[in-house]
Design a protein around this ligand. Structure first.
Ligand SMILES: [Fe+2]
Length: 277
């Protein structure tokens, strides 16, 4: 009886272990890490198509039974169509993105070169709670990076799978379509939860994840204050960008401005303008 209980708890511990896939992409002096995770048969994000062989090996070594996505971007969904067919598993994403995932990804050239294409796939809407054999995850909607962004919280283990919510504690560039005030609200909402370790899709495992997410929130709140003070004094967006971020990062050039400090500042100002107007 005792033996059975020990075997059962070992099996449970093994199922709850986080298996980590990591690969790097190098381009034009920039290196980006990609991480995918499997816990208890659940793949969290399928990675970019460019990493198909590695991700496939990673998945076939585990007993995969589902794929869940933090958001629709091609570096998180690039292998879903292939894996669903090959491993006969269902996939889930926030209901906002069921339509966009049905079709082939509409991806700008520089991102196609970087990540590869994304085939369309049929997926179901994420439930509020994901029940696995030995674990359960709360799905928390955290819009800002994208409208459909979610994170997966394992309350029992105090760990969070954060997709692209965190990335870096000191945000300097954002995409054109990111909504930073919404991201700030999502970070505030998330910090009401109890968790320690964070598993980020590009920064990997972060043991002091809660404190780094709090640092990110503080950084964005301070930046927001700084930007709005300058805006109220009458400075133009470009001037505010130059004052706060005097150097233009390389990624801004090769993404043709899709990733920039300008986007970050503009998003904070647009929010203020729409509040007033
Ligand atoms: Fe993303």
């Amino acid at each position: 009886m005792i033996m059975n209980r020990t075997a059962c708890s070992l099996r449970q511990d093994r199922a709850r272990e986080v298996r980590v896939y990591n690969s790097k992409v190098h381009m034009m002096g920039t290196t980006l890490n990609v991480y995918a995770y499997i816990v208890d048969g659940m793949l969290i994000d399928s990675g970019p198509h460019r990493m198909k062989a590695g991700i496939e090996d990673f998945c076939t070594q585990s007993h995969l039974n589902k794929i869940v996505h933090t958001h629709f971007h091609e570096d998180h969904t690039g292998n879903t169509a292939y894996l669903m067919k090959k491993l006969q598993v269902p996939a889930y994403i926030h209901s906002n993105s069921l339509g966009v995932c049905r079709d082939k990804g509409d991806i700008p050239v520089y991102r196609l070169v970087f990540w590869g294409p994304r085939r369309g796939f049929l997926t179901d809407a994420l439930p509020p709670i994901i029940e696995n054999d030995h674990s359960s995850f709360q799905v928390i909607h955290t819009p800002g990076h994208t409208q459909d962004h979610v994170v997966f919280l394992d309350k029992e283990e105090g760990r969070l799978f954060s997709g692209d919510l965190f990335l870096h504690p000191k945000t300097r560039v954002t995409r054109r379509n990111e909504n930073i005030p919404l991201l700030i609200q999502s970070l505030r909402r998330l910090l009401q939860e109890n968790f320690g370790t964070v598993y980020c899709a590009h920064a990997g495992k972060i043991t002091d994840g809660y404190s780094l997410i709090r640092q990110k929130l503080t950084h964005l709140e301070e930046l927001q204050g700084q930007v709005l003070t300058l805006f109220d004094k009458g400075y133009a967006i470009k001037t505010i960008v130059k004052k706060i971020f005097p150097e233009t990062p390389t990624i801004t050039y090769f993404s043709f401005g899709e990733f920039s400090s300008f986007n970050l500042v503009r998003s904070l100002i647009e929010d203020k303008v729409s509040e007033n107007g």
